[in-house]
Design a protein. Sequence first.
Length: 308
Amino acid sequence: MGDRALTPAQRETLDRIRLPAADRTTWPDGLRGELDERLNDELAATADSLPEAGLFVGKGDLEAVHGCEARHLASEFAWSVPTARGRVAHKAIELTIAVRGDPEPRELVEEAVGRLSEEDSTLADFLQTCGEAARTDLAAQAIAVVDGFLTTFPPLTRGFRPAAETPRRWSSWEGRITLGGRFDLTVGVPDGSTAGRVIIEIKTGGSLAGHRDDLRFYALLETLVVGTPPMSIVVHYPDSGRADVETVTDAVLESAVRRTVAGVRRIAQLRHGSGVEPVRRPGPPCRWCPISADCEPGRAWLDDAGAC
């Protein structure tokens, strides 16, 4: 951003995510081992019940199973302009870390689309075949997200130690259960056992309760891999210029462990158990659920919400 001054939204976000060194938590050196042992113990019976291929669980799986279990089982992901918008915008924001100068959002998005189109992925297939109208619509929506981020989040200067699309993965001793995720953005680094990293998710649209649960799962993953929990977890909303910031505490990690264990157990039952009936929990996701037309609770919720 060169010498431009921070916007009020950028200053507010910076003040909320930056903690003085004296206020940062120093964690016990054995925390990583304790959490690893606990997860292995609490998921041992589930791991033994799984087929040889095992089970991979990410934040989306946990969000789905703690929501509507029927939708979780029925979901067949397909790329579209709305689903691709976030991926393209995240890639463009990732480029701001490496690109020199002060590129415009349109330039970042065009470069992001070009790079994603060259990958060996289903998203690349979509970008190459979706047609000019869809590509134009996608670019316009992604540009709006990137512009919102650049004007409401502090500049990702080198001193922040920014990193994008950071992968984290934990597996049980037997390798039968794997937890994994990829952080949109991180800034800062730990100092030994003293917290210093901030994990950030960038979300379009409005705030949902599950967003904070997603970040707590990421805090658990970071602790299992690095050993030092993040200093804080942040959901940033470019549309509103707001950031939901939560300091990571023992209670945050405990909540993540309990939710993760319960979710993994239930996912294993639904996918590999016999005679397990999924629970239907209607709500806003019914608007894009692939089985809503044949789901009585879902249709009733849509009728009440006027969203048919």
